[in-house]
Design a protein around this ligand. Structure first.
Ligand code: AMP
Length: 419
């Protein structure tokens, strides 16, 4: 065992896997940038107050933050999510409205590590500030949906709900509180009830099922404006051909959520980690962070779980491209130095052997690299200014001796014919 290993819940993403991560990010960027979203990169560390504003009824804030006092006596935290940072940034810079941004990066939560649940995990997401229009809610949901479609995922379930206006929600919470106060609940659900009655609806414990099934429904508390907004969202999704289910028990964590909320679930994953991502409309967060009252909506999608879903559906495999060429220099290594630089400058991909190893050892490396051609330089080639071009595929044809000056154009022709 080496002296040091990654801490619990932390991982190295190694080559191969990391290529998939980067491609996933690329697909996401393409989808959202085509819709007018610009990337925002916020610091990993923020004043802890940025996150405590999210609400004190969520575990993310009360139990799972990586917070500490820095050398300047500031109480700071590693970000557990990105919505709050985006709202802090908005309040700080006051950009023109609407502000459409996307992000990608790591978050930190001190959770119990398990499959699909880590202490450092990545999300991609978007936030839009300054728009009330229900058509935006549809756009936001449609973009997440399009992202999954482009990855090749099809077994994704979209559930949506509306929490109504803040007043509707407040009346609903009161009714829920009264209902659950009389009901038979688990000890954990009782503790949740004291903090946030809405979150009791999230309980997956069997003892709470009866009380939850008979609980009042949010739909009965909507004001006219809230009903209309939600109806527009639902009809917009239908218009775009996006399948969804209305789930009245969906509440989600943030205390600031209002109106539309939604979640994407991977049908191939276990229920403990089947939430691939989600989001919703929020109010008041920008204000709480010192900005003007501004409506917001967004989502965050977990990268790890999305990749698990891709594994399950056999899509979006690692298809890292093979190298074009591998240079085997058995003279002194300087030919390989020049040739690899030439290849790369010409837009081709190439690697080489080092340490003046034997022809056999270097050919083994060339094989393992998956390169299409080996470029071999021995004493003869070095003295007459040529290179042996050897196709690595079994049926790739015979090797040829090519003039150094013709090498790049020859290789490009060969590669074109191979593809
Ligand atoms: P949340 O910010 O809690 O709404 O989470 C959004 C998505 O991020 C979830 O649906 C997960 O896919 C992912 N996620 C949240 N927490 C973790 C975690 N500890 N490990 C891995 N992924 C996570």
């Amino acid at each position: 065992m080496p002296a040091f290993q990654t801490s619990p819940g932390m991982r190295d993403i190694l080559p191969g896997d990391s290529a998939r991560w980067r491609r996933l990010n690329g697909v996401f960027a393409e989808v959202v940038e085509a819709a007018g979203y610009g990337q925002i990169i916020t610091p990993l560390l923020e004043d802890i107050g940025v996150f405590t504003r999210i609400g004190d009824a969520t575990d993310v804030v009360t139990k799972e933050m990586y917070d500490f006092v820095d050398k300047g006596d500031r109480h700071i935290s590693l970000r557990p999510e990105m919505t709050a940072s985006v709202c802090r940034s908005f309040a700080q810079h006051r950009p023109t409205l609407p502000w459409k941004v996307w992000y990608s990066g790591s978050n930190f939560r001190y959770e119990k590590p398990q499959r699909g649940r880590f202490r450092q995990f990545d999300q991609v997401g978007i936030e839009v500030l300054g728009v009330e229009d229900a058509n935006l809610d549809v756009e936001v949901i449609a973009l997440a949906s399009e992202f999954y479609r482009r990855l090749g995922l099809s077994r994704i379930r979209l559930i949506v709900n509306s929490l109504g206006e803040p007043e509707d929600r407040a009346r609903y919470v009161e009714a829920l509180d009264a209902h659950f106060a009389q009901a038979d609940l688990s000890e954990q659900a009782r503790a949740t009830l004291a903090k946030n009655p809405l979150r009791v609806l999230d309980s997956k414990r069997g003892e709470d099922a009866v009380a939850i099934a008979s609980a009042p429904r949010i739909g009965d508390f909507y004001s006219e404006a809230a009903s209309e907004h939600f109806a527009t969202v639902c009809s917009g999704l239908t218009r775009l051909g996006i399948a969804f289910e209305v789930e009245p028990k969906l509440v989600r964590g943030l205390d600031y959520y209002r109106r539309t909320i939604f979640e994407f679930q991977g049908e191939t994953l276990d229920s403990a980690q089947n939430a691939l991502g989600g989001g919703g409309r929020y109010d008041g967060l920008v204000e709480a962070l010192g900005g003007p009252a501004t409506p917001g909506i967004g989502f965050a999608l977990g990268v790890d779980r999305t990749l698990l879903a891709c594994d399950d559906e056999g899509v979006f495999a690692d298809d890292t491209a093979d190298l074009d060429a591998f240079v085997v220099d058995v003279v002194d290594g300087t030919h390989a130095l020049e040739l690899t630089a030439e290849l790369r400058a010409a837009g081709l991909t190439g690697d080489r052997g080092y340490d003046n190893r034997s022809m056999k050892a270097q050919m083994k490396l060339a094989n393992r690299s998956g390169a299409r051609f080996a470029l071999i330089v021995g004493d003869d080639e070095a003295s007459n200014g040529t290179v042996v071009v050897k196709p690595m595929a079994r049926d790739g044809g015979d090797q040829q001796n090519i003039d150094r000056t013709d090498l790049i154009s020859h290789l490009k022709d060969k590669l074109r014919n191979q593809r």
